[in-house]
Design a protein around this ligand. Structure first.
Ligand SMILES: Cc1cc2nc3c(=O)[nH]c(=O)nc-3n(C[C@H](O)[C@H](O)[C@H](O)COP(=O)(O)OP(=O)(O)OC[C@H]3O[C@@H](n4cnc5c(N)ncnc54)[C@H](O)[C@@H]3O)c2cc1C
Length: 390
């Protein structure tokens, strides 16, 4: 007997894994396809450089889905405050949780992926196929016929295919969905640092004309750093001798936090703002980086991806997947809601990026005035926090 397969998800990264768990929770039979081996995570391995700031809302989502049962909490960093300053003026804003617990947590990406994959493996409604990819697919009538490119050359029929396969999405490219892309001409240089006197539970961000430096608290005095650098400076700072690197960094942080020690290798990732021009086509939908990428300056990228997953599942819940019109309506609503939200967030990041890159004296003055004024207006700060925490 052929196994039921309501929905296929291509890509078992952070967003694909969480999408599978959310769909399975609603009773959908899901096949999750991942081209790589299963991700294993152990608190004894050396720390992975890719780390994400996860919002309070998504920490609660992880708890509900059971991911936290697999956490190595000793490797995570919770923060209950944020402090943002402008290095070229006196502007500064501070946010705190106002007594309502944490604002978010720093988690290694592999920790999230491994936990989601472990839960997916054990779930009755999910079949996970590792080291497998899709060779071909065709959207016909009321189903999508998928040919797997594995030794078995298996064929699967499904009602919906979801592309959660990252910024270079195979599914999006295969469908010919165009993207609108704006390279920031910046790279995010990441590494771990020990920062002697930095406050333990505060996410810190220093804005510079070349790009912000984010210092994000892990545990044991360790910070995950993301330094957004102009393209032509990346190699210089990646290869700089350690003392020279730390001194340069101190200038770009411009706060006296005592001694700083480099605790890992350095790596850099190119930064782009990308939108897929459609978030669905026929019986295929896109989520996460397959649909959009944004500047990491507010740590929102994967949080937007989880919100895509929640929205898509919500819209699919009340429809019959076999019914072309019902499915098309659900996907249209998904696209409308998520495109608007993603554009709002991405354009805000884009505007901030430009505002802080501008060194003209009047802009610097306005920036200082605006930040300091904003710092005194609680309702606006609360609104900004809600945007960051959702
Ligand atoms: C420097 C930097 C810092 C960042 N910091 C933050 C942060 O603090 N907070 C935040 O919210 N976001 C942050 N982001 C963004 C975040 O990293 C991404 O949004 C997130 O990784 C996207 O997850 P995803 O699951 O959509 O895609 P991916 O992580 O790219 O996962 C895609 C998955 O699909 C699989 N796959 C790919 N192709 C195929 C195929 N053909 N067939 C089958 N499987 C396939 C891959 O193996 C992978 O498992 C940051 C980004 C950068 C560059």
């Amino acid at each position: 007997m052929t196994k039921r397969c309501d929905i296929i998800i291509n890509g078992a990264g952070m967003v694909g894994g969480v999408t599978a768990l959310l769909l399975a929770e609603q009773g959908f039979a899901v096949t999750l396809i991942e081209s790589q081996q299963q991700t294993k995570y152990s608190g004894k391995d050396s720390r992975q450089l890719r780390v994400s700031a996860i919002s309070k809302h998504n920490l609660e989502l992880f708890e509900r889905l059971g991911l936290t049962e697999h956490w190595q909490t000793s490797r995570m960093g919770y923060y209950d405050q944020m402090s943002v300053w402008d290095n070229h003026s006196t502007g500064e804003i501070k946010f705190n949780s106002g007594g309502s617990g944490v604002l978010g947590a720093m988690i290694e990406n592999n920790q999230i992926i491994a936990a989601a994959q472990q839960l997916a493996n054990a779930h009755n409604n999910i079949d996970v196929l590792y080291e497998t990819s899709i060779a071909d697919f065709e959207d016909v009538e009321r189903k999508v016929c998928v040919d797997l490119d594995s030794t078995s050359k298996e064929k699967l029929n499904t009602h919906l295919l979801i592309g959660a396969d990252g910024a270079r999405s195979q599914i999006r490219n295969y469908l010919g969905i165009e993207i609108q892309q704006k390279p920031y001409k910046q790279h995010g240089l990441v590494c771990y640092l020990k920062v002697e006197n930095a406050p333990a539970k505060i996410a810190l961000q220093a804005f510079n004309s070349g790009g912000p430096v984010g210092l994000l608290p892990m545990n044991d005095g360790l910070f995950s750093m993301v330094w957004s650098l102009p393209e032509d400076q990346v190699e210089h700072w990646l290869n700089a001798e350690e003392n020279y690197f730390i001194n340069g960094l101190k200038v770009h942080i411009n706060r006296d936090f005592g001694g700083i020690e480099l605790c890992s290798e350095r790596q850099a990732f190119p930064l782009h703002k990308t939108y897929a021009k459609a978030f669905y086509q026929g019986r295929v939908a896109l989520v996460g980086d397959a649909a959009h990428t944004i500047h990491p300056l507010a740590g929102q990228g994967v949080n937007l991806g989880f919100a895509d997953a929640e929205c898509l599942v919500d819209k699919l819940n009340s429809v019959s997947l076999k019914n072309n019109d019902e499915l098309a309506n659900a996907l249209k609503k998904y696209q409308r809601v998520r495109m608007a939200e993603v554009h709002k967030t991405a354009e805000t990041m884009h505007a901030l990026h430009h505002l802080f890159s501008n060194e003209a004296a009047p802009v610097k003055m306005l920036r200082a005035f605006g930040m300091n004024r904003l710092n005194q207006i609680n309702p606006i700060k609360q609104w900004l926090l809600r945007q960051a925490g959702s």
